[in-house]
Design a protein around this ligand. Structure first.
Ligand code: SF4
Length: 717
């Protein structure tokens, strides 16, 4: 049933842009198309930059995730949909998050946004709320955008092929792509959004996820079941680069590097990102038992090699969009579910990626069928695999340490290495029952308060003291659960998580290999320089609408000849060619970094406006810096004793493990504070993490509104 509809005049892509915004208000059921101002394009480029600007403009300091005026923004970038280059199917979704209460975004691949762009739009915003679930339907050929009654299902994956069949009419199934979120998004604060497209090679729908920050929760709270786009890429005008020959040369050059390097390095095209499991375990970085331990002798049971040889179907190349020869979107065609509402069914599973698998090793489970089951159910329910797993790990540890008991957990015993604990909590959380299961879906930050209150009443203890104890190992910062890397031995990655504007997610900076494994940045200054440069260049991928894996995970052979191999500058040359051949410009790397820094600064300003964004919000739990408990210390005793001898003046002799541990913790806390000072100076912030006037001016943020946000933040200090 159609609720509202408009006809629109499509604007074709020109040099990467349509400059059109589709706006839908679900409260008054209005649909409109407007031109994106040239100044917005100039300042914020696309992707995350556009999402930030659109959310900033339409929300205010009092906006919460469930406020009607909250914006759910979707944006590709100027290279989204360019099939001559690898990694161009990505788009960004951003909003005020239920977990962090400020801007959070997540990137995701697939055909959805390339089809949206082909239909004439660079961005979409959804505001307002609908009492009944609705779906937005963009029909490129018909030239219509409509609001329709939502399909009568909360399923994300199981009904996908049926819906594609219904929606496609006489067109091919791959003319349809859609985003949607299942029941877990309705019932938790960390719902993800599935990006679903039909893969003709596998003859089924596939799903990628915008996982972080509860964007699926925002979507379902608005009464938005999903957005469907129907368009024909082969009949479209393409990305209309300014110089197509030059662009093809750059694309061919990047593909050659991928072809020559990846099979001998990470083997992403064969193993997906599960190849990281071996590397992380070998370097004490793989999370086990709520990030307590960094390796486990059972890891060989879930190695990337097993995924390559026994799990993933290798018959088809698996790019999440045409033109990506890195093709890391692996999957299997038949996993038989053994738990939950669909037990007994055999389903195809997309992924799992490293993060999903490591969320399970973090519970002490080293079993591939359990990983596949978890991956499928999280996607079907539309739950972020990272937050879901990290919440469960925290609860198990809190239970094992005596902060929770069966009275709190509705009678469930929470155990390590136990699939029953995992799936019991997962299914209950998604179903959204009241009681314990209803509470845990609100994330670790909420659960720390809930547990400390109950434990204080039960034991007659001081609630604040219990809260401080839970904060030592409750792995969240800014309200977002940590992604899946142990950072205790990498100060740079501690900063990479702590200073990340959206919370501890590795997409802003992932320095653990350079810092811990290769020791390429021993000094504070070197770490601080990396913590400025890498977040900026990584942010550029998100504003450009590009996947960063072909740059960060495939090092160009010539990079070794440069002064700073980690920056992979020869591959960046390919990206500069992509930019300039598409847009008809002659930008250099500094130009890209400045563009990125503007979006970075706007994110900082939104955080400050929402009441966050200062030094106290960049704190991370002790477990991200050092062992918390003595058994954790003892598991690597020799390493830590040597570390203390080499890096501190502490006298080792005569101290027991508890004293040594305390010394280590104090030392690590001091290191983090020094790093914070150094990084803030490098980024042009004051000691409270607030941008200096000269930083605002340098990047063109001289509007009185921006200055007022900063002035108010300074006053609060
Ligand atoms: S590298 Fe993987 S995630 Fe990135 S665009 Fe290619 S297939 Fe998609």
């Amino acid at each position: 049933m159609t609720i509202a509809s408009i006809n629109y005049q499509k604007v074709n892509v020109d040099k990467g842009y349509t400059d059109r915004l589709l706006e839908v208000n679900l409260s008054d059921k209005t649909i409109s198309v407007s031109e994106i101002p040239a100044a917005t394009r100039e300042m914020f480029v696309g992707g995350r930059g556009y999402c930030l600007k659109l959310v900033y403009d339409k929300t205010k300091a009092s906006t919460r995730y469930d406020s009607p005026e909250n914006v759910l923004a979707f944006a590709g970038g100027p290279f989204c949909g360019e099939s001559s280059f690898a990694g161009t199917g990505k788009f960004i979704i951003g909003s005020i998050s239920p977990l962090t209460e400020t801007f959070c975004d997540s990137n995701v691949g697939g055909y959805f946004f390339p089809l949206v762009k082909n239909s004439g739009f660079d961005a979409i915003t959804v505001t307002g709320k609908s009492a009944e679930d609705v779906v937005i339907f963009i029909d490129d050929a018909a030239g219509t955008i409509s609001l329709r009654k939502a399909p009568a299902t909360d399923s994300s994956l199981l009904t996908a092929e049926k819906l594609v069949e219904e929606w496609r009419g006489a067109d091919k199934p791959n003319s349809i792509a859609f985003v949607s979120a299942g029941i877990g998004s309705k019932n938790t604060f960390f719902g993800c959004i599935n990006s679903i497209y039909y893969d003709p090679r596998r003859q089924r729908c596939r799903a990628k996820q915008a996982g972080r920050g509860g964007l699926g929760t925002v979507m379902r709270d608005k009464g938005l079941w999903g957005i469907v786009v129907k368009s024909n890429l082969s009949g479209g005008a393409g990305n209309q680069a300014d110089d197509k020959k030059r662009l093809r040369r750059a694309g061919t050059s990047l593909r050659k590097v991928i072809r020559d390097v990846d099979p001998n390095e990470l083997r992403l095209a064969q193993q997906g990102t599960t190849s990281l499991l071996d590397m992380m375990n070998n370097n004490d970085i793989l999370p086990v038992h709520n990030y307590k331990f960094g390796r486990d002798e059972r890891q060989h049971l879930v190695s990337g090699k097993i995924f390559e040889e026994k799990v993933f179907d290798q018959k088809h190349p698996d790019g999440c969009f045409a033109g990506c020869t890195l093709a890391c979107t692996k999957g299997c065609e038949g996993h038989t579910l053994t738990t939950g509402p669909f037990a007994g069914r055999t389903v195809p599973v997309d992924g799992p990626e490293y993060e999903t698998a490591a969320a399970i090793t973090n519970l002490g489970i080293f079993d591939i069928p359990a990983i596949m089951e978890y991956a499928w159910y999280c996607d079907e329910y539309a739950l972020d695999t990272i937050s879901t797993g990290v919440v469960i790990a925290f609860l198990i540890e809190a239970y094992q340490e005596g902060y929770l008991n069966r009275d709190d957990t509705d009678g469930i015993e929470l155990k390590w290495d136990d699939q029953e604990t995992l799936f019991n909590l997962l299914h209950r959380m998604a179903a959204g029952s009241t009681g314990f299961a209803g509470e845990i879906g609100r994330g670790i930050r909420h659960m720390k308060g809930w547990i400390s209150e109950r434990a204080a009443v039960r034991n007659g203890n001081d609630k604040e003291k219990i809260m401080r104890e839970l904060e030592l190992f409750g792995m969240e910062s800014k309200g977002l659960e940590f992604s899946m890397y142990i950072t205790k031995e990498s100060l740079a990655q501690q900063g990479g998580y702590g200073f990340a504007l959206k919370g501890p997610q590795h997409d802003e900076s992932w320095l653990i290999a350079l810092d811990q494994i290769k020791n390429e940045m021993p000094s504070f200054d070197e770490k601080a320089a990396a913590l400025r440069w890498f977040p900026l260049f990584r942010t550029w991928f998100n504003i450009a609408g590009l996947c960063k894996l072909p740059w960060i995970d495939v090092r160009h052979p010539d990079a070794a000849k440069t002064d700073d191999p980690a920056k992979n500058l020869p591959t960046i040359e390919c990206y500069l060619e992509l930019v300039n051949s598409t847009m008809g410009t002659e930008k250099n790397l500094d130009d890209l970094l400045t563009e990125s820094e503007r979006s970075y600064l706007l994110h900082k300003l939104i955080n400050l406006r929402q009441g966050f964004g200062t030094r106290m919000h960049d704190r991370i739990p002790l477990r991200a810096m050092a062992p918390v408990f003595t058994d954790e210390f003892s598991s690597r005793r020799e390493y830590y004793v040597n570390y203390l001898k080499e890096n501190t003046e502490i006298k080792i002799n005569g101290q027991d493990d508890a004293e040594l541990l305390k010394n280590l913790q104090d030392h690590r806390r001091r290191q983090y504070e020094i790093l914070t000072d150094t990084v803030y100076a490098e980024k042009g912030f004051d000691l409270n993490g607030i941008p200096l006037d000269e930083t605002l001016e340098r990047l063109g943020f001289t509007d009185p509104e921006y200055l007022e946000i900063v002035a108010q933040a300074r006053q609060r200090q």
